[in-house]
Design a protein. Structure first.
Lengths: 155, 168
């Protein structure tokens, strides 16, 4: 499917819950209401015309005024790619986990939690994946203060 | 010659204990497999046929610190790994040696300024015998580091054990 067809399909199915769409040929994306991420993802995976069966990447981005979660989806069946974005407030970056839809989300969401402090509700095992368990703070946040020591070792 | 002349049959020779120990230790420094980043690729190349670490008796990469003599810290030491390095070093039997391979483990390398998660030099947590510069060092450099370590071991004396803590 072409990107604009996917965008039209999403718009027809979810209406105002798709906040914005940019179906450019190279990297098409739609902004989704964070509360609706689960039904939208389930639709993208299960609909016969879409079949987004592969979560290529799930990444968090800190834009200073907001935090974004980007889902890059790919269909092995139809060979098309599409991205979803969720805009979250920096103070309370929480949204539902899509682990129940794509198992690959498990580690990706742990990484986003580890580095940006995004809380994924319903995640089966949300703990740090890269940094040590007793690390303080989330380093990819723009206001992160570099530590001077860790367990008495100078940084 | 002396009082010992003619006292022994053939195939008996005498030497100093120091020389014998140093000969044995310097010619079989078994490394601990310790690849942390891209330096490990060069370390593997050093162990492979073209550069052949076996020429120096150091081809036996051990999977456990209890059987290793030298820890080749090959790569970036993150804070998380630093806690493990301390423990692995403590588990190695004496005499033990450390080769710090590459810029990262020498002083943090490219993570010197903005690496919030990288230890600025493995010598912050364990004593280092030989520093091998490079990013990553070519196999020749690592071999040179190993030869320098062998030279250092040969200067040891059992009167002052453990060369790395100030004796040599």
């Amino acid at each position: 499917m072409k990107p604009d067809e996917i965008a039209a399909l999403l718009g027809a199915q979810f209406g105002a819950r798709i906040l914005e769409s940019k179906p450019s040929p190279l990297s098409p994306w739609s902004v989704v209401d964070p509360a609706e991420i689960l039904p939208v993802c389930r639709f993208l995976r299960d609909d016969e015309r879409l079949r987004m069966d592969h979560l290529e990447c799930l990444a968090g981005v800190d834009y200073k005024d907001r935090i974004e979660v980007v889902y890059v989806l790919y269909s092995m069946t139809h060979r098309h790619r599409y991205a979803l974005k969720c805009l979250l407030p920096r103070e309370s970056a929480r949204l539902n986990s899509v682990e129940s839809i794509w198992g690959a989300a498990n580690w990706h969401e742990r990484e986003a939690y580890d580095l940006l402090g995004i809380v994924f509700e319903g995640h089966s095992d949300l703990r740090r994946i890269l940094l040590p368990d007793d690390w303080e703070g989330h380093p990819l946040r723009r206001d992160y203060k570099f530590p001077t020591s860790y367990r008495d070792m100078p940084v | 010659m002396g009082v010992l002349e003619g006292k022994f049959e053939e195939n008996v020779f005498i030497t100093s204990v120091d020389w014998l120990f140093n000969w044995a230790r310097s010619n079989s420094p078994w490394p601990l497999s310790f690849g942390l980043a891209c330096c490990a690729i060069e370390m593997m190349a050093t162990g492979a046929a073209r550069y052949d670490l076996a020429r120096f008796g150091a081809e036996v990469f051990r999977g456990t610190p209890r059987q290793a003599d030298v820890m080749i810290v090959a790569g970036t030491v993150t804070m998380k790994m630093a806690t493990r390095i301390k423990r692995l070093y403590a588990q190695m039997p004496e005499p033990k040696y450390v080769i710090s391979m590459g810029s990262c483990s020498n002083n943090g390398g490219p993570y010197w300024q903005y690496g919030y998660h990288v230890l600025k030099g493995v010598d912050e947590v364990i004593p280092v015998d030989v520093y091998v510069p490079g990013c990553p060092p070519r196999p020749e450099s690592l071999l040179e580091g190993l030869i320098q370590l062998q030279k250092k071991i040969r200067q040891e004396t059992i009167a002052k054990p453990k060369g790395s803590k100030g004796a040599a």
